[in-house]
Structure formats: C-alpha cells, structure tokens
Write a protein of this length. Structure first.
Length: 212
C-alpha cells in the first residue's frame, strides 16, 4: 500500500482503534494463477505490545482456505471527501479537493487449521465477542452434535503479523486554520461518516499537540 511519509503512523494504538471500529477486514493472498485472491471477513484481534495476531475462519469451499504462508490484511477506517472551498487559503495557495482517510495494511504469515477442538474454541470466541457487541447472548455449544456439525463447513486461520503500515491522511500537512475549517465543515454536514472523520481529525490533532 502506498503511504506518503507525511501520513505514516507508527503508534499501534491507531491500529487498536481501527480494528475496534471495524473488524471486518480484507485478507489478501496470491492464487495459483498468480493473481490476487481476497476475502472479506470478521476477525478477532489480539495484541500484546508489538505482538499481533488475528483469528478468523473461511468457508471451506473458499479456495483461499488452502493458503498457508505470506499474506496481507487490509483494514478500513473512516474516510471522506474534502472540498477545496473549505480551506481559508484556497485562493492564495491554489488548493484542490482531496480525500481524507485512515487505514492500515498488515503483512504476515497465514496459518489455516482444521482441528475440531481449535475450531470449536474459535467459533465460541467469535460468537461470544460479537454477541456481546450487540447486547445478545447466543452461544456456540460444542457439546451439541448439530453445532459441531457446522464446523465441517469452515477452516480456521491464525494470522501472525510481521509488519504494520498505518496511514492517517487527516489534513495534518495543512496549516492549522485549514485543519480546523475542514473539521468544522465536516461537522456541519452532520452525517455519521462526516462526524466520525471529524472526530479522527480531532484525535490526530490532540495527540500531535501533546506528543502522544
């Protein structure tokens, strides 16, 4: 992923935020024909310091479920259009429109697994995590044969991260007046997308100001 130096971030708490807001990621591998293969799916995210692991599963029929080795995971963040008319210096600096966004790319090793106990533990963890996120309590019950039979249709994976690339293009390369104007105009749009992007711009400004 191309990431201009001005927008590259190293602090992994931004990765924490990205995956907390949207754990539905893109897993990217190379197919037998040399072309990219990708799957969109939810993951569980674990981080201890610099050690990062993602867990998830494919449908067994997915050709990507047979991949074992190097892969990438793409993570989406908030994004949106920025009008050049929002910049106070639009005329003197000959500003043009742009697109602000936050995103991350992870490179690492993808390891599929088929062990029934490991799959049961994974599906139980996935359901517990996401059920809690919507205030419900459905549970995978490995002691039930009808639940266990469902495991035949999936292949689990563990993705061990070796490299993290975080990109935050949030107007930080602009003068303060431009940044504040973009935030204000995004908030005036009053949509969920514009409000979230404005919040991420504020976070980036606040943390840059405090050196965090």
């Amino acid at each position: 992923m191309f990431s201009p130096r001005a927008f590259s971030e190293n602090d992994l708490h931004w990765l924490d935020r990205l995956l907390a807001r949207d754990p539905f990621v893109t897993v990217l591998t190379t197919g037998d024909d040399g072309l990219p293969e990708l799957t969109r799916l939810p993951v569980l995210y674990y981080r201890q310091g610099q050690d990062i692991t993602l867990l998830g599963h494919w449908a067994r029929a997915n050709p990507q479920s047979r991949h074992n080795g190097t892969a990438k995971v793409l993570i989406d963040g908030p994004h949106g259009y920025v009008s050049a008319s929002w910049y106070p210096d639009k005329e003197t600096a000959a500003r043009v429109p742009t697109w602000n966004y936050a995103t991350a790319e992870l490179r690492g090793q993808l390891q599929p697994f088929n062990d029934t106990d490991a799959l049961a533990e994974l599906v139980g963890s996935v359901s517990d995590h996401f059920e809690a996120s919507v205030g419900q309590a459905w549970r995978f019950e490995p002691e039930r044969d009808d639940h266990l039979r469902q495991l035949r249709g999936i292949v689990g994976f563990r993705f061990t991260v070796e490299q993290v690339q975080i990109t935050l293009k949030l107007s930080q390369n602009h003068p303060e007046a431009n940044q504040l104007s973009v935030i204000n105009n995004l908030e005036q749009l009053a949509t969920p997308v514009s409000d979230e992007l404005a919040q991420w711009m504020r976070w980036r400004r606040d943390e840059a100001a405090t050196g965090n």
